[in-house]
Design a protein. Structure first.
Length: 168
């Protein structure tokens, strides 16, 4: 077997690996209406968009994902009995300070968009790059958002797959 340095390729073919640079990144704005969408399926699609894995120019160490705006986050749905049974835990930092809250309590509470934010956050890589990519996510409980000046493109998640919405 010949070493890699001695191999020849057919004439006109040049093998190069593409690597995105921060200066060449093109970010788009995407608007998603979350009404009636399943939380986990929506979160995985949003995490994919935030990372930029849907682009042919994806580079793992560069933030080349899009900016995502999610409206109607208070109208997302869970499958099965997760609405009543799913538990979110956090720790206060004190001894015996474990706290819990059900998904129903959060969605009916003051900040219902946190369910979707946590789902997306937990699908992104941990570390400085993941935190930077999470800043490109804007989640709003109602139908209004202040980003009309960016002219976001609407992404119809319901049309992508029938399983993205919960059947009645």
């Amino acid at each position: 077997m010949t070493p890699a340095s001695e191999r020849t390729f057919p004439k006109g073919i040049e093998m190069k690996t593409f690597s995105q640079k921060n200066e060449t990144v093109e970010k788009k704005w995407i608007l998603i209406d979350a009404e009636g969408l399943v939380v986990g399926r929506l979160a995985s699609l949003v995490a994919l968009r935030l990372r930029g894995k849907h682009k042919p120019t994806f580079t793992p160490h560069i933030d080349d994902g899009d900016n995502v705006i999610i409206v109607n986050a208070d109208k997302v749905v869970f499958t099965g009995k997760k609405f009543q049974d799913k538990t979110y835990y956090w720790h206060t930092g004190y001894a015996g300070g474990i706290k819990e809250r059900k998904a129903r309590e959060i969605l009916e509470g003051r900040f219902p968009e946190r369910v979707l934010e946590k789902a997306v956050e937990r699908m992104l890589p941990r570390g400085p790059l993941g935190r930077r990519q999470l800043k490109n996510l804007r989640v709003y409980a109602g139908a209004e958002h202040p980003h009309t000046a960016q002219t976001p493109e609407t992404l119809d998640v319901k049309a992508l797959n029938a399983k993205n919405t919960r059947a009645a």
